[in-house]
Design a binder for this molecule. Structure first.
Ligand SMILES: [Ca+2]
Ligand SMILES: [Ca+2]
Ligand SMILES: [Ca+2]
Length: 254
């Protein structure tokens, strides 16, 4: 038998014998829709502005749709920590952000704003007020797009300058009431956000979300839902074939 043919047969047999994980390409290694009762898992932790102890974040349900979510939050940091990840080169985190009640976007003339929301991967800010400690800082405005204060999203703060509710996937669907002086009306928005593809090889992922300058949890708050973490996991079979092809090429050159 031709020795290269023999090598290929051995390789094919090895492919059958070696258990090949189902992981191929982009693999979802964590997802959470926060449905059901009970506390959230220990992968989540919260540090409220002005406090020194991290605590378990609350969960809630939306008034209109009874949709479970993580929150409500005011000015705080919320961290997701995932350990023992398989080998990977990239990570993507996507989520739904609930922007609840009277967020004022880029408004910066007094205490009412700007209303920041931010995230950072890999480190937890020791000074959340410092924009340099975040990967991305933006603002949201929950007012009338024609007349209300503008927001930085989908850009970043301070450069972003867009109408209120720009690129929201849902408006006033969740049922959170806010009274702006004319009686309570539903006042909320949902944004489908993603970190984009981040270069990441550590076996642990630490990602922190935060907000600042909000005026109190019954006035302006936020929540997270449908959090999905995806890794770009190398395909073992593809790696083996690459290595096997390299071996053949090396032998042929001899
Ligand atoms: Ca949910
Ligand atoms: Ca406000
Ligand atoms: Ca505000």
């Amino acid at each position: 038998m031709n020795k290269y043919l023999g090598l290929m047969i051995v390789g094919a047999l090895l492919l059958c014998i070696i258990p090949v994980p189902l992981a191929v390409g982009d693999v979802t290694i964590y997802s959470n829709d926060f449905e059901g009762s009970g506390p959230v898992g220990s992968e989540w932790a919260m540090l409220v502005e002005g406090e020194t102890q991290w605590s378990a974040p609350p969960t809630g349900t939306t008034p209109s749709t009874d949709d479970g979510f993580l929150g409500e939050f005011s000015n705080c940091m919320v961290t997701l920590t995932l350990n023992n990840l398989p080998a990977h080169a990239e990570v993507t985190v996507s989520l739904d952000l609930f922007v609840i009640r009277s967020w004022d976007g880029n408004f910066d003339l007094d205490f009412r704003g700007p209303d920041y929301w931010a995230f950072v991967e890999g480190s937890v800010p020791d000074n959340p007020e410092d924009p340099e400690q975040w990967d991305y800082v933006t603002t949201f405005s929950n007012w009338d797009p024609d007349t209300g204060p503008r927001q930085a999203f989908p850009g970043s703060y301070p450069e972003g300058d867009f109408p209120a509710r720009q690129d929201a996937s849902e408006n006033n669907t969740l049922g959170f009431l806010f009274d702006n002086g004319e009686g309570p009306v539903v006042h909320d928005a949902v944004y489908e956000l993603t970190t984009g593809t981040l270069a990441h090889t550590d076996s642990s992922l630490v990602i922190t979300f935060g907000a600042d300058h909000l005026q109190g949890i019954t006035d302006e708050s936020w929540g997270l839902d449908d959090v999905v973490v995806t890794l770009d996991v190398p395909e073992p079979a593809a790696l083996f074939l690459l290595a096997f092809g390299g071996l053949l090429a090396t032998r042929r050159r001899r």
